[in-house]
Design a protein around this ligand. Structure first.
Ligand code: KG4
Ligand code: ZN
Length: 344
């Protein structure tokens, strides 16, 4: 493997994760510890529980990670951690741990924005050069960005209410599918018929590329109530058909907004076959990936997405974004950066 070697730590939500990546795009080791079981009974992430779990597990996780890579902290070139946005308790655990390793080993600390991590991950696995158009769809965010360099983003659109992943999670909760909702709704949708129910498509047809999903969630609730009123219970068939309609409608919204974004992007970037990248947890959805890939083909763009395992939160995306920042500025040291719950 080729230096630099960068350790990345991710603790902004409910995954305790870390990885080491190298300049030649190898993942030398990676570990993800999901807290899904700890939060499941509450139907969502409980910040206080998340922070305590990160404290309990991060040191042991790092010990195993270094063993997997057969490296010591002194062999690293930089230590990166998610500094925000996210749940502040968890962020503090990751940032303080990274700073401690950085201080002990004398290697620089690199602060990484979680969204920049999602945005740059595709470059860990593929030759995707700047500029590219990015749809970032996760549990906390839904944005369209022009990515023009490391740390250079222009936001073209964002959600005015819920994030796309949040819409999946809330739909799942309404339909009794548990948490996290994305994979469960996708599985149910695969068994359902999308054409049976019609859902509203907020923002579709309007100029610009902002999103809105809260109306979709309300419509799902109403549909489920109507089904229960007719049949006494929500049958599996109803549930599957609602999931299929929801997923298709959300896909229609993403595609409509992306079409406008491509036109906006082309105003400055030009007419070339630029990459169209989708990233973040919702990018793990095969149906939506397929729709966006088809759109890229129609619009003369090149579709790229990280592999599914790198779409949901992980350490490699933070290590890679840290490595990219370190390469741009080898004298970097972000010791003064503190955890930031909000960091646009
Ligand atoms: O990026 P991520 O792991 O965490 C945040 O930064 O938010 O995204 C998690 C979100 C959750 O809302 C989850 O339901 C959603 O990604 N998700 C999916 C799928 N897998 C995860 N949504 C739709 N389909 C999936 N297969
Ligand atoms: Zn994320």
């Amino acid at each position: 493997a080729q230096r630099p070697f960068v350790l990345g730590i991710e603790t902004s939500c409910d995954e305790t994760a870390a990885a080491i990546v190298s300049a030649d795009r190898q993942v030398l080791a990676h570990r993800v510890l999901s807290q899904i079981d700890d939060h499941a009974e509450f139907g969502g992430v409980v910040p206080e529980i998340a922070a305590r779990q990160h404290i309990s597990h991060l040191d042991k996780l790092l010990e195993s990670l270094m063993k997997d890579a057969d490296l010591g902290f002194d062999d690293l070139d930089a230590i990166a951690a998610t500094t925000g946005p996210g749940l502040v308790g968890g962020l503090m655990v990751g940032v303080m741990t990274a700073k401690a390793i950085s201080t002990a080993s004398g290697k620089p600390f690199v602060a990484v924005n979680h969204l920049a991590g999602h945005a740059l991950t595709v470059r860990l696995v593929e030759d995707v050069s700047f500029p590219y158009l990015l749809l970032l769809v996760s549990g906390g965010h839904c944005q369209i960005l022009a990515v023009t360099g490391v740390g250079e983003f222009t936001r073209l659109g964002t959600t005015i209410d819920d994030a796309a992943g949040e819409a999946f999670d809330k739909t799942a909760k309404l339909l009794g599918l548990g948490y996290p909702g994305g994979p469960a709704v996708e599985a149910a949708a695969r068994e359902g018929r999308a054409g049976r129910f019609k859902l509203p498509k907020p923002m579709v047809g309007k100029p610009g590329c902002n999103f809105s999903f809260s109306g979709l969630k309300t419509a799902v609730r109403r549909l489920a109530e109507e089904c229960v009123a007719v049949e006494g219970v929500l049958t599996i068939k109803d549930r599957n058909d609602i999931c299929a309609a929801f997923q298709q409608t959300l896909g229609d919204c993403l595609i409509d907004r992306l079409r406008n974004a491509i036109a906006m992007f082309r105003e400055t970037a030009g007419s070339g076959a630029f990459p169209l990248v989708v990233a973040g947890g919702v990018a793990a959805n095969s149906y939506l990936r397929g729709r966006i890939e088809a759109l890229a083909e129609q619009e003369g763009m090149r579709f790229s997405a990280p592999p599914m395992s790198l779409c949901t939160d992980n350490g490699a995306m933070i290590a890679w974004a840290g490595l990219e920042r370190f390469l741009v500025d080898p004298a970097i040291n972000d010791m003064d950066e503190a955890p930031r719950p909000r960091w646009p």
